[in-house]
Write a protein that binds this ligand. Structure first.
Ligand SMILES: [Zn+2]
Length: 545
């Protein structure tokens, strides 16, 4: 049996990287959005940004850096001084009561409506929060290097074509199976991270993956305080792009007001876990071009610990993430027909667009997409933090489930028709991105690469892009596709079949990002799946002072 590639060596320990030391005393600051080219400025000033939110970035800046940004007209607000030795939590506080209770225990800053920054005056900040309040630690590692201004993914009148293979797979999603998975998880009474039943839930999910004949394993994550949890990971290894990974994930742990004894977590998040289990059952026998991974994360409710360790390890290992579909609470319908809410950041907007199309095509489900980098209270945020495209699918954002984080979040409160539609949608998107290997068709081209050069013409700034790739066995020629929206709306560039393993795309406008894929075409005219997508940047902006 081959080695489990996805098991990073040893046990994952949460990285607690020290913030970079500036010249003077450092403050925790809020950097207001709204200035054109803000991301480029933050990069050119090389300030330490640790978190993106809807209206602002949070960073650790010294006095000189703060003044430099203010001189450029950017609003910078000091939230707390000398943050180096302090631990901050980002807390979802929908009630004024939580806010008042925390204010008595330390520093509370309302970052945005319903989103607090909390630092305990003394002791462990998490100790002051009831177990059922969503929270995560404010990250310490800088995200500045990955910052950029993305174009929006303009989305209307987008052509979508049903893939009959995917349609056939989607038909196999069974509401009966989903109900049974939810029941088996909630029968454990609790899956609270600090209860023994958390491990029981992990092995239940692992055994399900193994029964499908998949490569699967538990991945321990050290939590501190002598505790640990496990992520459960199963994989279909990509045949053409084993290091390019599509993920579908859900956290399996649960919480409530009395989590040690009863936290059934049917909607939160047996529902998402069930959809991942059903997707694994259906896709397991099918070879894919890209690696597809099915992950059940632990310790989400304590602050995304399982996914934080996992996404951080992926970044270090150099694996590429194509996209992450995180399912968290997809079974409660407060009205019918219920729509699925999804939340993306700007970088992940294309993924939201793709999933919305798939929902309509394959599941008759309407999707309500929001761009909101402040929606950080689930595992997709761990991927955002590492610069990977990710989305969350959730029944309602803001939350509508009255049983949320309570002992009443029971299987009987779910709508299995809606859960089935959400599971079908996730399956379609993951299978589409993973690309089923089609027998009888040419092999998918591997290792596409590209470089660009810029020039001025009477039409303005333009760019040439030079693509190259290795020969694909059995190919009579190739087609080249280009788009301005990652993974969407590919337009064929070449008039005639390209006979060599290279192509020049000349005179394209220079101001946008462009994305390319290619296909191989055989002598009979059959066309392969798409290659990996590559991104060609716009003309670099003039660097700052
Ligand atoms: Zn959840």
């Amino acid at each position: 049996m081959r080695t489990l590639r996805f098991l990073f060596p040893g046990i994952l320990v949460l990285a607690m990287s020290a913030p970079a030391l500036g010249d003077g005393p450092v403050s925790l600051v809020r950097i207001e959005k709204g200035t054109a080219g803000l991301e480029a400025i933050l990069k050119s000033e090389a300030v330490t940004v640790v978190q993106e939110l809807r209206t602002c970035y949070l960073g650790r800046l010294d006095r000189e850096e703060t003044l430099a940004l203010r001189r450029r007209g950017i609003r910078v607000l000091i939230l707390d001084r000398e943050p180096a030795s302090k631990t901050y939590l980002l807390v979802r506080a929908d009630s004024a009561r939580t806010q008042e209770a925390l204010a008595a225990k330390g520093l509370v800053v309302v970052l945005e409506p319903g989103l607090l920054l909390f630092r305990a005056a003394a002791g462990e900040a998490a100790g002051f929060l009831p177990p059922n309040v969503a929270r995560r630690r404010l990250p310490e590692a800088s995200i500045t290097a990955g910052l950029r201004t993305y174009p929006g993914t303009a989305g209307s009148g987008r052509a979508a074509v049903v893939d009959v293979l995917i349609e056939r797979l989607v038909e196999r999603v069974s509401d009966t199976n989903l109900r049974a998975y939810v029941r088996s998880l909630t029968d454990l009474k609790t899956r609270y991270t600090y209860s023994p039943n958390s491990a029981a839930a992990a092995s239940l999910i692992l055994n399900h993956f193994l029964r499908q004949g998949m490569n699967a394993a538990l991945q321990p994550v050290v939590l501190g305080g002598g505790n640990q949890t496990q992520n459960v990971v199963a994989e279909i290894t990509g045949q053409v792009y084993p290091d390019d990974v599509v993920l579908v994930c859900a956290h399996y742990d649960s919480t409530s007001q009395s989590p040690s004894t009863l936290a059934p977590g049917a909607d939160d998040n047996a529902s998402g876990t069930a959809a991942v289990m059903e997707a694994a059952r259906i896709l397991a026998p099918y070879p894919m071009d890209f690696t597809v991974r099915f992950v059940a994360f632990g310790a989400e409710e304590q602050g995304l610990y399982g996914s934080e360790a996992y996404a951080g390890a992926m970044k270090i290992s150099g694996e590429r993430v194509v996209g992450v579909v995180n399912l968290d609470m997809i079974g409660y319908a407060d009205r019918m027909p219920e729509d699925l809410d999804i939340v993306v950041n700007v970088q992940s907007d294309w993924l939201g667009e793709k999933l919305s199309l798939d929902a309509a095509l394959y599941a008759g489900l309407s999707v309500n997409k929001t761009i909101d980098p402040s929606m950080i209270f689930s595992d997709h945020a761990s991927f955002w933090q590492n610069g990977f495209p990710a989305l969350i699918g959730i029944d309602d954002e803001p939350l509508m489930n009255p049983y949320y984080h309570g002992t009443g979040d029971l299987p009987g409160t779910l709508n299995y028709g809606f859960l089935g539609q959400a599971a079908k949608t996730a399956l379609a998107t993951v299978a589409g991105l993973g690309q089923l290997v089609k027998s009888g068709y040419p092999q998918t081209p591997s290792d596409l690469s590209g470089v660009s050069s810029f020039f001025s013409s009477f039409l303005g700034k333009r760019k040439n892009t030079y693509l190259s790739w290795p020969k694909t066995p059995g190919a009579a020629g190739y087609n080249i596709y280009r788009t301005e929206s990652s993974h969407l709306d590919y337009q064929k560039v070449n008039d005639q079949l390209v006979k060599q393993e290279r192509f020049s795309d000349r005179g394209v406008t220079s101001g946008e990002y462009h994305y390319y894929v290619i296909t191989a075409v055989d002598a009979a005219g059959l066309e392969s799946n798409f290659s990996r997508e590559i991104e060609i940047s716009p003309l670099p902006a003039k660097s700052g002072s």
